[in-house]
Structure formats: structure tokens, C-alpha cells
Design a protein around this ligand. Structure first.
Ligand SMILES: [Ca+2]
Ligand SMILES: [Ca+2]
Length: 277
């Protein structure tokens, strides 16, 4: 990719050298007017800028047509990717079965909505996001895509943590906003039936409804345990156990937990659960 860019730059500078010759020997180089534009020179197809000043950047510029970086692949459909589709279209991930299928769709598809906010009237969402029900808020929102290869999220979002059976390396995930609550302390969610849950490997948290199952008891659902606890192994065939959230940076993170030699097993950021040795 870089090699191609260098070759193009070299050709462009040779061209510029040739055309800057004062062809009529008059000292009045009319071509210079053009040469000023030309020196901005050729369009680089993956640098997020309009290099030749024609108003079209990267893959939107017809100069980039057929370049390897200008294809609509999964890699070109995240909010921080180069949109691999030509002008008038956007590389959008369509959900197919368990995976994502990137397609060039009309750019009107991305002309509405805001990240983590409501979708446009016809389900439009910004590039790199899709309109879908947010499982945490229960409303349709523009949810940005992320993946283990693209863990970055727009704004202060986090790439969601899925407590599911093993997912392939390229598994698509969605970015979620963190409440900033603190799992070991359900009081950080205002008390009541809410507990604070880790929702991202990077440490993002959300206040969610909790159940009542006490510490150490069997459970099948992530949120089935009492506030301050989480069902570890909820998806395991043999079922899970309600365990206490802990903070690896706390001095004695599992003090008072009624388990043999408990220690804090990290799940994301500095947050984990107290497990027996
Ligand atoms: Ca351009
Ligand atoms: Ca460019």
C-alpha cells in the first residue's frame, strides 16, 4: 500500500518537474498557475484527506478507483475506517446470520442519526454504526460497530463485552456507553434493584436491573444475582454461580467473601469477581 503511494508520488513529481520548464523561454511561466494545483498532488487513497484538492477524499475520489484499499470489506466499515465505497455510496455492514456482510449502499443510508442516539427517520445512522435496539436502553439507537481488531469506539463508548461461548476472532460487537458506575458498589447505581455490571473488556460499566439470588448460589442468567454480585458462567452447560464483584486495585478485594482463599479474577479493566482458589 505504502509502496504504491511512493511510486505515485515519484511519478507526480517527475511530471511536475517537466511541466515547470519555461517552455516559451519568456520568463513568464503561464503554466505555473496550474503547477500550484498540481503540487498538492496525487490523491493518496487512505489518509483521510483530499490530497489533490478536487473536493473528494480517498476512495470517494475517482483517482482511487480500483485501488486495493478501496473495497467494501469488513475492515472498511468501522467508524474510524476509510470508507471503501465510491462517491455517492457508503460501506455498510448488513447483518447476515451470525456475521456481518459489508455492502456499498446509497450514501443516504448514513445521512442521519447520531452515535448512541436515535436513528434517522428511515433508520439512517452515521458511517460505522447501525440502527438497532440497544439491549441496555430498550430503544432503537445508532450503535457503532467494533471488533477485537477495531476495539476503538466513538466518543466515550466501549466495545461491548459478550459473555457468550467463544466467538471467532473477527466477531462483530457494538460500542456501548458506560454509566461509569462501580460494580463492587451497587450504591453507585443509586441502590434499589439495580446493580452495576461490567459490559466491556476495557472496563465500561452499566447500571442494570438485578435479581435476588444470593452469593454462592447457582444461576443461569447474567443479571440473576443480587446487586453487587454477578452470575459467572451463566452460559456454561452446568450453569453458573453468583459471585461478588471485586476491584483488583483494592487492597484486599475479596475480604469477607465466604469462599476458600478467595481472590479477584479479572474480567475487564480492573474489575473482576471473587473466586475460590
Ligand atoms: Ca481528491
Ligand atoms: Ca487522500
Amino acid at each position: 500500500m505504502q509502496h504504491i503511494a511512493l511510486v505515485v508520488v515519484f511519478l507526480a513529481s517527475s511530471c511536475s518537474l517537466i511541466t515547470t520548464f519555461d517552455e516559451d523561454q519568456s520568463g513568464n511561466n503561464v503554466n505555473n498557475t496550474n503547477n500550484i494545483n498540481n503540487t498538492a498532488g496525487p490523491e493518496i487513497c487512505d489518509n483521510f484527506s483530499d490530497d489533490d484538492g478536487d473536493g473528494l477524499s480517498d476512495c470517494k475520489d475517482p483517482d482511487c478507483e480500483g485501488q486495493p484499499q478501496c473495497e467494501c470489506r469488513l475492515d472498511n466499515a468501522f467508524f474510524d475506517s476509510i470508507d471503501g465505497c465510491p462517491a455517492g455510496e457508503a460501506c455498510v455492514i448488513k447483518l447476515v446470520g451470525g456475521g456481518g456482510d459489508p455492502l456499498c449502499l446509497d450514501e443516504s443510508r448514513i445521512a442521519g442519526g447520531d452515535f448512541y442516539e436515535s436513528c434517522g427517520i428511515s433508520g439512517e445512522c452515521p458511517f460505522g454504526s447501525f440502527c438497532s435496539m440497544n439491549v441496555y436502553t430498550g430503544r432503537n439507537e445508532c450503535q457503532p460497530w467494533c471488533s477485537p481488531q477495531h476495539p476503538k469506539c466513538p466518543g466515550d463508548g466501549f466495545c461491548a463485552y459478550f459473555e457468550e461461548e467463544e466467538t471467532p476472532e473477527d466477531a462483530l460487537k457494538v460500542c456501548v456507553k458506560s454509566d461509569g458506575c462501580y460494580p463492587p458498589s451497587p450504591a453507585s447505581c443509586g441502590g434499589g434493584d439495580k446493580g452495576c455490571y461490567l459490559v466491556s473488556e476495557q472496563g465500561g460499566t452499566r447500571c442494570l436491573d438485578s435479581g435476588t439470588t444470593p452469593m454462592g448460589m447457582p444461576c443461569d442468567e447474567f443479571q440473576e444475582c443480587a446487586p453487587g454480585l454477578v452470575c459467572l458462567g451463566a452460559n456454561d452447560p452446568q450453569g453458573g454461580t453468583c459471585l461478588k464483584w471485586c476491584d483488583t486495585e483494592a487492597e484486599n478485594p475479596c475480604t469477607g467473601v465466604n469462599l476458600p482463599n478467595p481472590w479477584c479474577f479479572v474480567l475487564g479493566g480492573n474489575i473482576g469477581v471473587c473466586v475460590p482458589e
